[in-house]
Design a protein around this ligand. Structure first.
Ligand SMILES: Nc1ncnc2c1ncn2[C@@H]1O[C@H](COP(=O)(O)OP(=O)(O)OP(=O)(O)O)[C@@H](O)[C@H]1O
Ligand SMILES: [Mg+2]
Length: 222
């Protein structure tokens, strides 16, 4: 039987009294799979991710996920706050009260996972956009997150860095049995995921095979 790592059941949410942003929204992501969430500007994708990370509370409905849950933003400059790579990843581990050697081990494991081993001392300002996104992901891997939520992580990247990131996340999901939900507008990224949801006005209107979702979006745009 399929086990779901992310379970959203009939969730409704509104920012203000008279306008509903999410309306009986339901979706479930199978454990160990890489799913994408698409939808027009303003359809509620980022709001849904904020609900999944407990930054917002639903008006009704239930959300079930096993913490710790990692979130990666569109702009890594809003996520990476320490001067160097190692310090930034370590900062995310402060609440765990680890010893220095345990912290170092977690950092190197996480950097290995995103293929950036050896960059511990590198200043954040000296990284490329793609490297910054991989460091943001490494921070969540170091925290042992089994669920990764990514809100348009490639929006600021060029084509080459975009493909490197999407392939890298796919490899991480498969190698570490992580579950990932990736928000995007870029249809070519659908070639790398296991399944996709299409959100319209706060409701999932289609879900399933990525190529079917791709065709539906292209057809609607005609
Ligand atoms: N902090 C906020 N306060 C009030 N309204 C908000 C807030 N954030 C988002 N909204 C509104 O909620 C709706 C959904 O926004 P959301 O950011 O979730 O959409 P989105 O699908 O992520 O869009 P995009 O593709 O542009 O990122 C929009 O109408 C937006 O104006
Ligand atoms: Mg958004």
């Amino acid at each position: 039987m399929t086990k779901f790592a992310i379970n959203v059941d009939n969730v409704s949410f509104s920012w203000c009294k008279n306008s509903s942003i999410l309306e009986s929204c339901s979706l479930a992501v199978p454990q160990g799979e890489f799913w994408m969430l698409l939808g027009a500007n303003g359809s509620g994708k980022s709001t849904l991710l904020q609900l999944l990370t407990n930054l917002l509370v639903p008006k009704s409905g239930t959300i079930k996920m096993n913490p710790p849950v990692g979130l990666v933003f569109q702009n890594p400059d809003r996520q990476l706050i320490m001067p160097t790579v190692g310090a930034d990843i370590a900062f995310g581990l402060v609440s765990e009260n680890l010893s220095l050697s345990e912290t170092r081990l977690r950092i190197s494991e996480a950097l290995l996972a995103v293929n950036l081993l050896g960059l511990e001392k590198k200043p954040i300002y000296a990284l490329s956009g793609g490297q910054k996104q991989r460091i943001a992901i490494a921070g969540e891997i170091a925290r042992r997150c089994s669920i990764l939520l990514l809100d348009e992580p490639t929006a600021l990247l060029d084509h080459e860095a975009q493909l490197e990131l999407v392939k890298g996340v796919r490899n991480l999901v498969k190698a570490r049995k992580i579950t990932a939900l990736w928000v995007t507008h870029r249809l070519e990224e659908l070639d790398y995921c296991d399944g996709a949801f299409l959100l319209e006005k706060g409701k999932v209107i289609q879900q399933g095979h990525p190529q079917t979702i791709k065709k539906q979006i292209l057809y609607t745009e005609l």
